[in-house]
Design a protein around this ligand. Structure first.
Ligand SMILES: C[S@@+](CC[C@H](N)C(=O)[O-])C[C@H]1O[C@@H](n2cnc3c(N)ncnc32)[C@H](O)[C@@H]1O
Length: 495
């Protein structure tokens, strides 16, 4: 909440919220795709909201954060349904959704990712906050394959609610490529150029007296319609052999299957698969959404340069999609591990260019302070600043191990990182998911055990090992360039 409160009003073009769902599951912190996990040690977050004293206090103070009508609505829902995980979820979401409404621009959009068990309550809240006219879609995203539900239909979809702040919102229509079955059904005819369908040459509306109303082949457009193209264009189509005339002279245009933009995406999304254990982009963060899902949302509801906000960032998928589509972005999460994965992913995406961070060390002194107060937090921060995601299998109380990949020239280089936390180290080398990539091993040096790590690695891998200083990550030069010139040089050599 504090992160959002610090934002100016009306500065965000698109907000995507994927809050915990009330599934009651614990999501493991640790993060690795490189080895099977032996034991679970800690958690990033419990995917549930529980009614607690602090929920009761927030309910009492709700009027300070939301409008009276929203506060009245939440109070009446709590009164009707009682204090339970669902109403705790609503009490927590109401101020957050109101904050999002405040920071959205007039032409801004909101997407809330939820599950069908709670989407109807969220819609009540959102209709109050955005007004019923703000509702655009309830998108059904088929997120998983069919499975046998016990005594009910298998739940395979998530719900994504789409609202806009006004009717003047950014909208870039999105298309998906024609499916084979669609092509077979709709593009049945063929000529030398390929498969085509015949489409009408007229459009609705009588435009008599304009350049859209003329005689073609002795025919005027039918009453109430006009020609869809000016005469010059029709002549061009005819010259190209693209017009087919019926026996009574009505023209139709050949539209080839490779010309169309595809089929406009509707509100049921079946074409974006969930991440599975083979997905390259998988970080090991359990609720990680596919980048393709966020790319669709970001492309449809923002323009390059716009600011995209994700207040429940998780593994940073929104930031990665925004970065790829040249939007600015802000990601917020209450879990340091989630922030670290986000940071690692966007640092990889941006080839280590600088990311402004809050709540994470920004200079060498605060990094050392974090090491004293929270060695594990320091290790996770260090690994993510090196563009690597902390790896569950290799990480222990003495060292945080990370893996990632960065591009150099046109090649990818796999990065392995070690952040020593103790004098004596329990070292290991993560199994490589992509064996054939060039590798670079980086050690964050902040005490003497870095040398111990270095000599161990020299004995146990033939990957070149390099020391990186804390100042390489946070000093002014590194802040400006993302990292001092050493790493790009190392990457060039490795590629
Ligand atoms: C479902 S996950 C988001 C997954 C994300 N969309 C992705 O693709 O990785 C929800 C996230 O919300 C975070 N979270 C839970 N409570 C929060 C709070 N009160 N403020 C900010 N983040 C919170 C959790 O730490 C978790 O990372």
């Amino acid at each position: 909440m504090d992160g959002m409160r610090s934002l100016d009003a009306e500065c965000v073009s698109l907000a995507y919220l994927d809050p915990p769902f009330n599934s009651g599951r614990n999501y493991g912190t640790v993060l690795s795709t490189s080895r099977p996990v032996k034991s679970e040690t800690s958690h990033v977050f419990v995917d549930t909201w529980r009614w607690s004293d602090s929920t009761g206090r927030l309910l009492d103070e709700l009027g300070e954060f939301v409008s009276k009508s929203v506060s009245d609505l939440v109070h009446s829902l709590v009164k009707t349904l009682g204090p339970n995980p669902t109403t705790a979820y609503l009490v927590e979401m109401a101020p957050r959704l109101s904050e999002v409404h405040r920071v959205l621009r007039r032409d801004g959009s909101l997407y809330v990712h939820c599950d069908p068990a709670s989407s109807h309550y969220l819609r009540l809240l959102l209709d109050h906050i955005f007004g019923p006219d703000g509702f655009r879609n309830e998108v059904v995203w088929k997120r998983t394959h069919a499975h046998n539900g016990s005594r009910r239909y298998g739940p395979v979809h998530d719900t994504i609610l789409f609202y806009t702040k006004s009717s003047e919102y950014v909208w870039n229509p999105v298309f998906e490529p024609y499916q084979d079955t669609y092509l077979e059904k709709h593009f049945r005819k063929n000529d030398d150029r390929g498969s085509y369908q015949l489409i009408t040459c007229t459009a609705p509306g009588d435009r008599e007296g304009t350049r859209a109303h003329y005689e073609w082949n002795g025919q005027l457009p039918p009453p109430g319609r006009h020609w869809a193209w000016r005469k010059e264009k029709m002549v061009e189509f005819e010259r190209e052999g693209r017009l087919v005339h019926s026996t009574n002279g009505v023209p139709r245009l050949k539209r080839y299957s490779d010309e169309g933009r595809g089929v406009a995406v509707q509100d049921v999304w079946l074409d974006i698969n969930r991440l599975d254990s083979h997905s390259k982009e998988r970080t090991g963060f359990e609720t990680q959404k596919p980048t393709a899902l966020l790319e669709r949302i970001v492309a449809a509801s923002s323009n390059p340069g716009d600011l995209v906000l994700d207040p429940f960032a998780g593994s940073g998928t929104t930031a990665v999609a925004a970065e790829r589509l040249k939007r600015q972005w802000i990601s917020i999460d209450s879990s340091i591990t989630a922030c670290a994965i986000t940071l690692a992913r966007v640092r990889q995406e941006m080839n280590l260019a600088n990311v402004a961070v809050r709540g994470f060390p920004r200079d060498a002194d605060s990094a050392r302070q974090l090491l004293r107060t929270s060695p594990e937090g320091f290790g996770i921060w260090g690994a993510s600043m090196l563009g690597t995601v902390p790896d569950r299998a290799g990480t222990n109380a003495t060292v945080v191990v990370g893996t990632g990949s960065l591009s150099s020239r046109s090649r990818s280089v796999e990065i392995l990182s070690w952040v020593p936390l103790a004098e004596s180290l329990d070292m290991s080398v993560p199994a490589s998911p992509r064996r054939r990539l060039s590798k670079l091993a980086l050690i964050l040096r902040h005490n003497r055990s870095a040398r111990v790590a270095e000599s161990w690695l020299k004995r146990h891998t033939n990957t070149p090992v390099h020391m990186i200083e804390i100042s390489d990550l946070v000093d002014r030069n590194a802040q400006r360039k993302g990292m001092n010139s050493k790493l790009p040089e190392l990457l060039r050599e490795a590629a």
